[in-house]
Design a binder for this molecule. Structure first.
Ligand code: FAD
Length: 299
């Protein structure tokens, strides 16, 4: 199987996932597979299915909590699929799933298109960001997506889904619910803007992040979704959980809804700390916080 896979993808075996996620945790993956093109991705999936090898897609690993157990399957990375094309004359941009969102933001702003500035500091890929409808400062990516090209894992067909065919809400999409699709690329509709005012917004948002988030520590952004009418950080801080730690993982002193890898945390440290925060908030406030990050490889 490996020789067949290598015709379509860069393949590494027995790879530590530690450096492929922003928490810097996780175990060994049997295969780390980076398809060379969209057609090669389709062939890769067919080969894995034929050989009954389980797989999952990893974007930039900035919203996942990976288990430390060995993953006896293939982790598929989209890093070879990272093309971006901006068409200011059409108010459109196109990006492949493996392209980084902040790069798309800068390339659109440089061509005087406005809309995506809210996402300048979200360290994810286009695929991972659409999957969970990433957002900040009252903006979310799905509000700017015209269509998404996907691989249907059941039929191996490539489909084009228009925005109106994609169910989405706050930090949620049909992709998260159904797991039937691999996101390949997306088209974005934007508006004519002015580079200087877009840059001013980007700088303001970056300053606000530096002031409020522990961005110098490995982490995966906000741990919990904000409950209706409230903020997860407010509830966590009201329960005096800031600074609480298990092993090397700590509830950030700077922002209650961030857990940081302060000192060589293990996956289990992070997992247990998330549970402790969840259970304490539930007990003290009766709010059942919902996790925003994804646990992968824990069953
Ligand atoms: C410092 C910091 C700040 C952050 N700030 C924000 C913020 O302001 N707003 C916000 O929304 N998030 C934020 N995040 C979280 C994270 O960056 C976003 O959720 C990001 O969009 C995740 O993208 P990713 O490529 O890293 O996805 P990953 O973490 O790699 O994957 C997340 C999920 O998406 C799936 N997936 C990835 N690519 C594909 C694909 N091509 N097809 C199908 N499924 C796919 C994966 O299987 C996984 O289930 C922050 C994270 C950090 C570390």
């Amino acid at each position: 199987m490996i020789e067949e896979l290598k015709k379509h993808a860069d393949v590494l075996e027995d790879v530590s996932l530690n450096k492929y996620n922003t928490f810097h945790i996780g175990g060994i993956a049997k295969y780390l597979v980076s398809p060379l093109s969209i057609n090669d991705l389709v062939e890769t999936i067919k080969i894995l299915d034929t050989n009954k090898v389980p797989y999952f897609i990893l974007g930039n690993g900035s919203n996942v909590i990976l288990s430390s157990k060995k993953y006896e399957g293939a982790v598929i990375r989209m890093n070879n699929l990272s093309g971006i094309a901006v068409h200011p004359e059409l108010n459109m941009a196109y990006a492949e799933a493996g392209a980084m969102l902040p790069r798309l933001v800068l390339e659109t702003v440089n061509k005087e298109l406005t809309g995506l500035e809210f996402a300048g500091g979200i360290p994810g890929t286009i695929g991972g960001s659409i999957y969970m409808n990433a957002g900040a400062y009252n903006g979310c990516i799905m509000d700017y997506v015209a269509s998404v090209s996907v691989l249907n894992k059941e039929t191996y067909e490539i489909e084009e889904l228009a925005n109106e065919d994609i169910e989405y809400s706050y930090r949620n999409t049909i992709f998260k619910k159904e797991h039937k699709y691999i996101i390949l690329s997306a088209k974005f509709f934007l508006k004519k803007g002015e580079k200087s005012s877009s840059m001013a917004i980007l700088e303001d948002r970056q300053r606000r992040r530096i002031e409020s988030q522990p961005i110098n520590f490995p982490c995966a952004g906000s741990v919990f979704r904000n409950p209706d009418g409230d903020y997860a950080w407010r509830l966590i801080e009201a329960c005096n959980l800031k600074g609480t730690s298990i092993g090397g993982a700590e509830v950030s002193e700077m922002h209650g809804n961030f857990i940081i890898n302060k000192n060589n945390a293990t996956s289990d440290d992070v997992y247990e700390l998330i549970n402790l925060v969840h259970d304490t908030v539930l007990e003290k406030t009766t709010v059942d916080l919902i996790i925003e990050q994804e646990f992968i490889g824990w069953d």
